[in-house]
Ligand binder design. Structure first.
Ligand code: GLN
Length: 284
C-alpha cells in the first residue's frame, strides 16, 4: 500500500502531465477530502499508508480531475464567503470574484435593516444565502431558469436553515412578467451569464466541459442579460433601490451605460482583488 506522501507525489505528477493547473494542490485537496482532514494536516500524516478503499476512491477522484472535472464537483461542495455550498454539474461553482459583489452589498447596509432582495440567476443559491446569513432581518427571493439548479439551491437553504427568509422561483428573466413585484425590492443583485458566444470555447476545459453553459454564456454579445435585467429592475425596485451586477472583464463601462439608459443614477464601478472592474451598481 502506498503512503499519503507517495500517493500525493504520484497523483500530482499525473495531474501535472495532464496539464491540470496547481496539480499538487488539487492532489492534496482531494486526498484531504477522503481522509476527512485539512489539507495542511496531510503533512502530519505523510507516512500513513492508505487502505484499499481510500486508494480506490483516490484513484477515481484523480482520474476525474485528470479529465478536467473541477474538484468542487468531485467532492460535491465549494466554499463561498466562508460558508459551505453543495454543488453539482447543474450549478456554476461559486467564484471568489462574486464575494466582492456580496461584500459591496453588505458594506452599503446596516446589518439590522429590513431589506427585500431579489437575486436573478441564483445557481447554487450562494448569493441569497450569504446575504440572508449576513443580513438577518432581510428576505430574499431568487429566480433561476433551471429546475435542477433550484434543487441544489434548496439543499443549500436547508443546510443553512433559511427556509423562512429565502424563496426560490423557477423563472426565465428574459420572458417572465414579474409585474406583481413592481416597486418591491430594496436590492436587486445578479451575476448573469456574461461570456460572449465566441469567447465561450476559449475558456478553461474545466468550465467548457463541466459547468452549465447557460450559467456562463448568453450565446450572444455577453450583454443580453444586463440589458433585460436593467430594464425590468427599474420597475421592480422601490424608489432609491439599488441594482448590483457582477460583470466580466472589460464590460463595466458598457454595463454602466446600459444602466444609465434605463434610468439608474449614481452608477459606480468597484474593482476586485486583481484590480479588474467587477461590480457595477446604480440607484433607481
Ligand atoms: N448566482 C450564482 C453565482 O454567482 C450563479 C450565477 C450564474 O449561474 N451565472 O455563482
Amino acid at each position: 500500500m502506498l503512503t499519503v506522501l507517495e500517493s500525493l507525489e504520484l497523483s500530482s505528477k499525473f495531474l501535472d502531465n495532464k496539464g491540470v493547473e496547481s496539480a499538487r494542490m488539487n492532489a492534496e485537496l482531494l486526498l484531504a477530502h477522503i481522509l476527512e482532514c485539512k489539507r495542511l494536516d496531510l503533512y502530519l500524516r505523510f507516512n500513513q499508508p492508505l487502505n484499499k478503499n481510500e486508494t480506490d476512491i483516490y484513484r477515481n477522484y484523480i482520474t476525474r480531475r485528470g479529465n478536467f472535472e473541477p474538484y468542487q464537483y468531485i467532492i460535491g461542495d465549494a466554499e463561498f464567503y466562508g460558508l459551505k455550498f453543495i454543488v453539482d454539474k447543474n450549478v456554476l461553482i461559486p467564484r471568489p470574484e462574486t464575494e466582492i459583489l456580496v461584500e459591496t452589498i453588505l458594506e452599503k447596509y446596516p446589518k439590522d435593516e429590513e431589506l427585500k432582495i431579489l437575486d436573478i440567476g441564483t445557481g447554487s443559491g450562494n448569493i441569497p444565502i450569504t446575504l440572508a446569513v449576513n443580513l438577518p432581518e432581510s428576505k430574499v427571493i431568487s429566480i433561476d431558469i433551471s429546475a435542477e439548479a433550484i434543487k441544489v439551491a434548496e439543499q443549500n437553504r436547508e443546510l443553512h436553515d433559511l427556509k423562512s427568509r429565502v424563496g426560490f422561483i423557477k423563472s426565465d428573466i428574459l420572458t417572465e412578467n414579474l409585474e406583481k413585484y413592481n416597486n418591491t425590492f430594496n436590492i436587486i443583485v445578479s451575476n448573469p451569464p456574461y461570456v460572449k458566444k465566441e469567447e465561450f470555447g476559449t475558456l478553461q476545459k474545466e468550465i467548457v466541459d463541466f459547468e452549465p453553459d447557460i450559467a456562463v454564456t448568453d450565446f450572444e454579445d455577453g450583454l443580453k442579460f444586463y440589458k433585460e435585467i436593467s430594464r425590468k429592475s427599474h420597475l421592480l425596485l422601490r424608489e432609491k433601490g439599488i441594482l448590483f451586477f457582477e460583470v466580466g472583464q472589460g464590460q463595466a463601462e458598457e454595463v454602466k451605460s446600459i444602466m444609465e439608459k434605463n434610468g439608474f443614477t449614481n452608477v459606480e464601478i468597484q474593482k476586485d482583488l486583481s484590480d479588474i472592474e467587477r461590480v457595477v451598481l446604480g440607484v433607481k
